[in-house]
Design a protein. Structure first.
Length: 125
């Protein structure tokens, strides 16, 4: 090094160190503000979206299972009704005695209630 440079460094070393520290602090702040924080925010938003989609998928699956269960109950009711008619040697769309018709209806109602109990659906978001 030449004499002028050595003299400059000797007289201004403290100012240079402070300038270096200030630039380093500014760089860390900029990195934190421009890179780290936006990534954390994006990660939180992504996680919230995943949770929302998961909840929607579970709700849709519960709704499908509930609908399938109720459809099965309706088919079962119809088959039982037709079998009762057939066992009496009547047409499939016969008029059954009131007690039997009420029993079949009660069985169907109970089965549908069981569907609701088994596949509870959270009607909120």
């Amino acid at each position: 090094m030449n004499k002028d440079t050595e003299k400059f460094l000797y007289e201004n070393w403290f100012k240079l160190v402070l300038t270096f520290i200030a630039l380093l602090a500014l760089g860390i702040y900029a990195y934190q503000t421009l890179i780290v924080l936006p990534k954390e925010k994006a990660d939180k938003e992504y996680q919230a979206t995943l949770e929302r989609l998961d909840k929607q998928a579970k709700k849709a699956l519960s709704e499908k299972k509930l609908n399938d269960c109720q459809l099965y109950v309706s088919f079962d009711y119809s088959a039982n009704f037709k079998n009762e008619c057939k066992s009496r040697s009547l047409k499939p769309d016969c008029s059954l005695p009131l007690a039997i018709a009420e029993s079949l209806s009660r069985t169907m109602k109970d089965a549908k209630e069981n569907c609701y109990k088994e596949y509870k659906i959270d009607m909120g978001q």
